[in-house]
Unconditional design. Sequence first.
Length: 456
Amino acid sequence: MVNLILKFVALCRTSDLKVSTSEALDCISQLQLINTTDEFQFKAVLNTNFVKTRRDQSHFDRLYSLYFHNLELDVTHLENQEQGMDLYQEILESLRDAENSNELEQAIVEFLSGNPLLLLEKLQKLRTSEQISSQALKSNLGGLSGRLEIMLQINQTRNRITRFMENQAGSAEIRPRKQLMDNLNKRLDVALNMLTEENKPDNEGLKQVKSELQRGKGLGEKFFSSLSQSEVEEMRQVIKQLVRRLNDIVTRRWALKNRGALDIKKTLRRAGRYHGIPIEVIYKKRPPRKGKIVTICDISGSVWSAAKFMLNMLFSLQNCFAKVRSFVFISEIAEVTGIFEKHDINEAVEKVMTESGIQYEALTDYGETFVRFKKSYMDSLNKKTTLIIVGDGRSNHFNPQDQILGEMRDKCRRVVWLNPEPERFWNSGDSEMNLYKAYCHEVRPCQNLRQLTAFI
């Protein structure tokens, strides 16, 4: 039993299923406590010790089936078992002694003899080389040639066994010979299946996420500027789901990251309940240091369709930040933070268009906007502030005042520019993105929900 388990452990390690020495020893000791002839109990013990995550489960099941079922040579049903085993050994010796035999062929012969380690090692190296080549060259030709080589070698081995059987036609009974041939062919079929199957980890979580986001799948790639009214309403529902998820993520991160230092006084006081032994360790509660967000949104033309969704999501997440301040502009700049604080998010987004005091007929002027921001609102920026600018950077050939953006960068933690235009149009015509991006920490397109979600 010990040798059987150790061979299976070696098989797992060869196939990149990590099994430690302590896990193998635990498994062996636990098998002594059960009825090992009961396969349900036997497999449960191995599964408990060797499978660490759900992603490992399908990998373990394949290896277990291979080692304990597919590689078992069934000669019990042969009419002449002794003759069948003798013939089986003769076939293996013939294959091992073949001229021009290579390492791959010997690995296949070992597989037929019930030892799959060499062949599994070859397959694992092949998969590793495929991953490296696909990352470097975006090609799988190297892996394909390797698979074809193994496939051809398996077929050559099958042909050699067939020829050997034909040469033994006069010295062995027909029925046992045919039954043994069928068994060996089944093993070679197992080897082919191992070669062609996709060795992917089990990932139920990914399937669940796909089903949850199915509703927003079509909207995710659609430009904000091309959404119909019904799609806008559907988009708002999708954003609500994303906001809840992002809130949960931020809450968990704060819980993990912001545990304070050891509170010695409270720990010693609590230890009095346990005769002075500090069983319960108490930590100081560290108040969360939330960052500040300042957004400056261009609300001219098609840019507004992206900006309103950006404002919607940021104010939905405002409990994750110490403060969210929002400004809108075309040629003049106005703060709209109060509108969002007094009204429902969706209502506030619509009121921005009517109550912000912006001249909507004016030409967009980023330079004038930066000048006015510096004059009136520069004190809203500090080293805890992330500045988010939403706009296409098209300033109608006015002075871009990019040096003021540089001053704003010096005062805040990060500057992020979200451009609702396709990247291929940046720096064309009256776009000043080439100047502005020199003062940003991050510049990215933001035309649809997928890109907006990736940014958040």
